[in-house]
Design a protein around this ligand. Structure first.
Ligand SMILES: Nc1nc2c(ncn2[C@@H]2O[C@H](COP(=O)(O)OP(=O)(O)OP(=O)(O)O)[C@@H](O)[C@H]2O)c(=O)[nH]1
Ligand SMILES: [Mg+2]
Length: 360
């Protein structure tokens, strides 16, 4: 499953956000380094299409898609030199597929720490950049020597990529929002640089500022220049709401003028930022949302359900979710000729409802 790692200063609200997304379990407390060992949890991807299909099929079971979040301890200025929890944060996010910055903008006399989200951003990115520069230093000289003595072209290209990354970081631009040439950037993948991962930012807005969220997040939006999506949310409120039954949660958030809250949108954006898409299956037993990578073929999508489905793939019956709802049932869609039969080269589209024929 795809995983997001939280990165933020102490008391920014990472554990609160984790609780809001996954329904609880992490200690959120008004002192620095409340979190020492990472919390790993799963958040459901809200999907109205799935609910509508489940209703149509009177499904006994409804299984949404999900993504994983890792909540790690806060990092502070100088973390790379051992301040705070030191480099302990590295292990928690090295393997993440994407990073979520949690930036504090709420003021609360009981919760120590800076409240300017841009200051948070600056400290985080400096520490991530230092960690990356250390990785690069470790790799670059030995590779340069090896490649120049053998004239290995691939090796030399790797060194050029590392040089470009180093230059970008030293100029203050994390890789994800710098301008390393795309061809070179591709070569950086095996080095797992922290600033080479996709980024989303959550600005944690105080409960008194809910009527000016856009204004509060504007400087962060401007700084990130479209390279990362930015969400404003009162994390504390949404964490409290997450503990309530669904109907009461909706009532609380809607009563505050927050609609369904910022988190469903955030989770969907997180999912999309990784190039993840959904296809659906529906029936009396179960309706389910399945995750696939954009650009997958029908057999690859089938493989998300079971490897046998991929190995023995014959064909798929496919219909877009809205069309299926319009038809009213799978049988009706088939009889009215709206169901398509697709072969192994079919590129699956987000929102396809599928049934596979296979043979093993
Ligand atoms: N007033 C207010 N308090 C908040 C908000 N979000 C979090 N807090 C409080 O701030 C404190 C710190 O929140 P945590 O979620 O523990 O922060 P953290 O980023 O996990 O902190 P560390 O684990 O120490 O790095 C807790 O007491 C939260 O209840 C908010 O939106 N408004
Ligand atoms: Mg915490």
């Amino acid at each position: 499953m795809e995983r997001f790692g939280f990165v933020g200063l102490p008391n920014a609200g990472k554990s609160s956000l984790y609780n809001a997304l996954t329904g609880g379990g992490a200690l959120a407390a008004p002192y620095a380094f409340a979190t020492t060992d990472p919390n790993v949890g799963v958040a459901k991807v809200f999907d109205e299409r799935l609910d509508r299909l489940a209703e149509m099929s009177a499904s006994k079971n409804v299984v949404p898609a999900s993504v994983e979040f890792t909540d790690i301890g806060g990092l502070v200025e100088g973390a790379s030199k051992g301040e705070g929890l030191g480099n302990k944060f590295l292990a928690g996010i090295r393997e993440a597929d994407a990073i979520v910055y949690v930036l504090r903008a709420f003021a609360d006399v009981d919760v120590p720490g800076p409240t300017d989200p841009l200051e948070h951003l600056r400290v985080l990115e400096v520490e991530l950049a230092i960690a990356d520069l250390e990785t690069i230093e470790r790799q670059i000289e030995k590779r340069r020597k090896a490649a120049s003595s053998t004239g290995d072209r691939d090796g030399l290209a790797d060194v050029a990529a590392l040089d470009a990354a180093k230059e970008s970081l030293e100029a203050g631009a994390p890789i994800y929002r710098g301008d390393v040439d795309p061809g070179l950037r591709e070569r950086l993948a095996p080095f797992f640089l922290l600033t080479d991962k996709p980024v989303l930012a959550v600005v944690n807005v105080g409960e008194d500022d809910l009527d000016r969220v856009d204004e509060i997040i504007a400087p962060v939006v401007a700084e990130l220049g479209g390279r990362a999506e930015v969400f404003g949310a009162c994390v504390q409120l949404e964490a409290e709401a997450a503990l309530l039954p669904r109907a009461e949660r909706a009532e609380l958030l809607d009563g505050l003028g927050l609609g369904e809250g910022a988190l469903p949108r955030f989770i969907t954006a997180a999912y999309h930022a990784l190039g993840l898409r959904t296809f659906l299956t529906t029936g009396e037993k179960e309706s389910r949302a399945w995750t696939f990578r954009e650009g997958s073929t029908a057999p690859e999508a089938a493989g998300r359900i079971h490897t046998d489905f991929q190995r023995g793939f014959i064909r798929a019956e496919v219909i877009q979710w809205q069309e299926l709802l319009d038809a009213g049932s799978w049988v009706a869609a088939r009889e009215s000729g709206r169901m398509r039969v697709e072969g192994k080269d079919y590129i699956v589209v987000d929102g396809d409802v599928m049934e596979f024929r296979f043979n093993v």
